[in-house]
Design a protein around this ligand. Structure first.
Ligand SMILES: Nc1nc2c(ncn2[C@@H]2O[C@H](COP(=O)(O)OP(=O)(O)OP(=O)(O)O)[C@@H](O)[C@H]2O)c(=O)[nH]1
Ligand SMILES: [Mg+2]
Length: 494
């Protein structure tokens, strides 16, 4: 008790000293402030105004700094594609970086290889809904080519190229792709990918554009593709109907902000084939396949004009579209890699937490989240998502999360206890085990919510991340309980 009294007297003396110093400082500051004020009042007014201005500015700067440091850290905007087009150097350096991190870059690489192999040729891709007449158009342009044309929709199910020489003798490759909007999965994607690899896309329709067709045109224009809009099967319309349809098509393109030249919209008849019943003189009937007469002159003119107008820019525009596609492939591969790697990191940390809790003599009192396992999991996940948080941020995030864990622990224990009921014959050992599962669940939830936060914001914002952890916690607990109970049982047996 003596010591206690001594400490109290020491504290009282310190308080007294601080009080005296504070009064002294106040007197000193007031005196100098009044002095300065008097002198300023005696001097020119401009000096007084300038002095007060500087003081106000300093005060504002200090307030702003405090606000930035203590009150709020700005949430970084979600990274959006930069307006500047990607260059070969950009994409190659991104690929190198990703590859060295362990990401599978083969698909992105394959796109660049394909681009290189097409360097010296012009590709025209015939794109459109199933049965709009793409294959028939190619057949009309290259009559000797063996193009599959079927009366039943969905006849082209892979990508084929045909050589065509135009009037100027230039060699052009015509690409036939599956129709979009068919029932077979993956064909639309196959066709779209091929369109992105082409120099020019010929969008083939056989009437006014449907909503899915509009979406396709919008996407193609987004790839910065030179576009020719082909209204096929013109033989089915009168001249007036044709004119009206062409007008509508142009209006639709205008409505989505597309810049398609008027002479790049044409109406043609590819012809195609039709099955007809022929009756012979003896009255017998037989089915024969007839070819409808084709009329595609305007299309040839439009293609030639398009190629002449676009000239050199064709290659650059194709490159850009392929770079964009390669970047998208790379982003997908990175996402897949991160998903798989983050799962490993979370599982390993959760296992360590479970083992730690099983070994603890009195589970429930230790600060698990802020310990080594929590820190290393947070760091590993941040590294994986390219975030480089300051040590302080990691600490702050874990400490904020720890306080949430305190509140969530009873719920976590209840969920763990419930989950363990699914494993019969555990009996009374379930007490310590339930704690281990509860801790494992909390780690699992922490890791998963952190992954969400990092992929959303791209950086570790302690308060935001801890809040998102709190919001998602009950959902993660329910989702993870089976898996983690099994993990804990394995460890216990082991
Ligand atoms: N009336 C008319 N029918 C046509 C014309 N061109 C094609 N067709 C018919 O349209 C149907 C589909 O023709 P395709 O050339 O196979 O169409 P596609 O767009 O290649 O079809 P998918 O490969 O399945 O997407 C066939 O029955 C053709 O005979 C045309 O100019 N006029
Ligand atoms: Mg076809």
């Amino acid at each position: 008790m003596k010591l206690d009294r001594f400490i109290r007297i020491a504290i009282a003396i310190v308080v007294l000293l601080v009080f005296v110093i504070a009064i002294g400082a106040l007197l000193f500051i007031s005196e100098s402030a009044l002095n300065v004020w008097d002198r300023l009042n005696e001097g020119p007014q401009a000096l007084l105004i300038a002095y007060v201005g500087v003081l106000v500015l300093l005060a504002l700067a200090a307030l702003w700094l405090i606000w930035r440091l203590v009150v709020k850290r700005r949430i970084a905007p979600t990274p959006t594609a930069s307006a500047k087009p990607l260059t070969r150097d950009d994409i190659e350096s991104r690929m190198r970086e990703a590859e060295s991190a362990g990401v599978d870059v083969s698909e992105a690489q394959a796109e660049l290889k394909e681009l290189a192999s097409r360097k010296d040729s012009i590709h025209l891709c015939f794109f459109g809904e199933v049965s709009s007449g793409k294959s028939s158009l190619i057949k009309a342009l290259v009559p000797d080519a063996d193009v599959v044309v079927d009366v039943v929709g969905g006849s082209t199910d892979d990508v084929r190229h045909y050589r065509w020489r135009n009037d100027e003798g230039a060699e052009i490759l015509l690409t036939d792709v599956p129709g979009i909007g068919g029932t077979e999965a993956g064909l639309t994607e196959l066709a779209t990918t091929e369109a992105r690899r082409a120099s020019v896309v010929l969008f083939v329709c056989d009437s006014d554009l449907t909503r899915p067709e509009m979406e396709s045109v919008r996407a193609l224009l987004g790839f910065d593709k030179p576009l020719v809009l082909v209204l096929n099967k013109a033989d089915r319309f009168s001249a007036d109907e044709q004119a009206e349809l062409m007008h509508k098509l142009l209006e639709r393109i205008d409505a989505i902000g597309g810049k398609v030249e008027r002479d790049h919209v044409v109406a043609v008849t590819a012809g195609g084939e039709v099955d007809v019943i022929e009756r012979a003189a003896d009255g017998s009937e037989r089915q024969v396949r007839r070819t409808r007469p084709a009329d595609i002159g305007v299309l040839v003119v439009a293609i030639n004009r398009m190629l002449a107008d676009a000239g050199e820019s064709l290659d650059t525009r194709r490159e850009r579209a392929v770079f964009q596609m390669a970047a998208a492939r790379l982003a997908e591969a990175e996402q897949a890699y991160r998903a798989q790697r983050s799962e490993q990191i979370i599982r390993s940390a959760t296992r360590k937490a479970v083992i730690g809790a099983l070994a603890a003599i009195s589970p429930g009192t230790d600060i698990l989240i802020q310990g080594y396992v929590g820190t290393s999991m947070t760091r590993a996940l941040c590294r994986l998502y390219g975030a480089a948080p300051r040590d302080l941020d990691v600490e702050e995030f874990l400490s904020l999360s720890q306080s949430r864990v305190g509140k969530a622990l009873p719920l976590s224990l209840a969920v763990a206890g419930n989950g363990l009921k699914a494993f019969p014959g555990l009996g009374t050992v379930a007490g310590g085990l339930a704690h281990a599962v509860a801790y494992g669940l909390l780690f699992d939830a922490l890791g998963r919510s952190l992954v969400q936060t990092l992929s959303r914001h791209g950086e570790l914002l302690p308060d935001v991340a801890a809040k998102e952890f709190e919001e998602g916690i009950s959902e993660y607990l329910e989702a993870g309980v089976g898996r983690i109970a099994r993990m804990a049982l394995e460890e216990k047996k082991g």
